[in-house]
Ligand binder design. Structure first.
Ligand SMILES: [Mg+2]
Length: 252
C-alpha cells in the first residue's frame, strides 16, 4: 500500500459487517435477544483527520465538513481578524507614504468580507449560496465591521481621502446596504457603487474595473484598493492593492 492509500475493508469483511447488522436488526424487530449493540459500517480508523480522496496528480480533496470546521476555527480563534488587522495596518502605513504625492487621493473598499463580515450568515447557510436568504439577511440584519478595515477607513477620512465603496451586491440592495454600512461605523463616503440588477457577466472584474475608471474620470487618484477576492483587485486603476483572507467562497 502506498503512503497515499487508506486501508479499506475487504469484501469478506464488508459482508460480515452487513450480516451482523442484519442479525442485530432482525433480533430487535422480533422482540427477543439482548439489547442490540450499535454497529458502525465506517471503519474505526477513518476519522476526519485522515484524508480519503487522492487524485491522480497526487493532490487531495478535503472533506467538506472538515473544511467548514476549519473556517469556523479560523474565525472563532481570532486569527482571521488578526490577519485582517495586520494587512490593513500595512495598508494604512502605505497610504500615509503615498499621500504626499497625490492631489485628489481616494481609496476603494469592497464591502462583503472586506468592510463588513458576512461570516454569521455564511455559517447559518452552511457556507452555501442562497440568494433569497442573502437578500433577507442584508435587509434585516446588521453586519459587523472588520475592525482593521474600519480603522483604515477612519484614517483615510481624517487625512481628507475620498472613500468609495465598490461592491458586488446588486443595486436593489442599495438602501439596506447603506443602513448596514452606517450601523457598522462607515458613516460617510463619496461614492457607493453597486452592481446593476441586470449584470450578467460571470466575472465582476469588468464591472469593478469600470467603476474604478469612473472614479478616476472624476479626477481622483485611487491610492489603495482593498478587497477579499482577486476579482476586486484585478483590472488596474489603483496604485496599491491589498487582498484580505476569505476562505468561505470564491467570486470570479
Ligand atoms: Mg467581498
Amino acid at each position: 500500500m502506498s503512503a497515499h492509500e487508506s486501508p479499506r475493508p475487504t469484501t469478506s469483511c464488508f459482508l460480515r459487517t452487513i450480516a451482523l447488522v442484519a442479525a442485530t436488526l432482525g433480533a430487535a424487530a422480533c422482540g427477543f435477544g439482548a439489547t442490540p449493540t450499535p454497529v458502525s459500517l465506517i471503519p474505526a480508523n477513518s476519522g476526519p483527520a485522515r484524508s480519503n480522496v487522492h487524485l491522480a496528480d497526487g493532490s487531495e480533496i478535503t472533506q467538506l465538513e472538515v473544511a467548514k470546521s476549519r473556517i469556523i476555527d479560523f474565525h472563532e480563534s481570532g486569527e482571521w481578524e488578526e490577519q485582517v488587522t495586520q494587512i490593513t495596518t500595512e495598508a494604512r502605513e502605505r497610504l500615509a507614504a503615498e499621500l504626499p504625492s497625490a492631489t485628489r487621493p481616494a481609496i476603494v473598499l469592497d464591502i462583503d468580507d472586506t468592510a463588513l463580515s458576512s461570516f454569521a450568515i455564511q455559517r447559518r447557510l452552511g457556507f452555501g449560496w442562497v440568494p433569497s436568504a442573502w437578500d433577507e439577511w442584508v435587509r434585516s440584519s446588521g453586519a459587523p465591521a472588520h475592525a482593521g478595515v474600519l480603522a483604515l477607513y477612519r484614517y483615510a477620512l481624517e487625512q481628507g481621502v475620498a472613500v468609495f465603496f465598490v461592491t458586488g451586491r446588486r443595486e436593489h440592495l442599495r438602501e439596506p446596504t447603506e443602513r448596514q454600512l452606517r450601523a457598522a461605523g462607515y458613516g460617510r463616503w463619496v461614492g457607493l457603487y453597486l452592481k446593476p440588477d441586470d449584470y450578467s457577466e460571470k466575472s465582476v472584474v469588468p464591472y469593478k474595473t469600470a467603476q474604478r475608471q469612473a472614479i478616476a474620470d472624476l479626477g481622483f487618484e485611487i491610492l489603495l484598493n482593498v478587497g477579499d477576492q482577486w476579482s476586486d483587485l484585478d483590472g488596474g486603476n489603483a496604485r496599491v492593492t491589498y487582498k484580505l483572507p476569505n476562505p468561505m467562497y470564491y467570486r470570479p
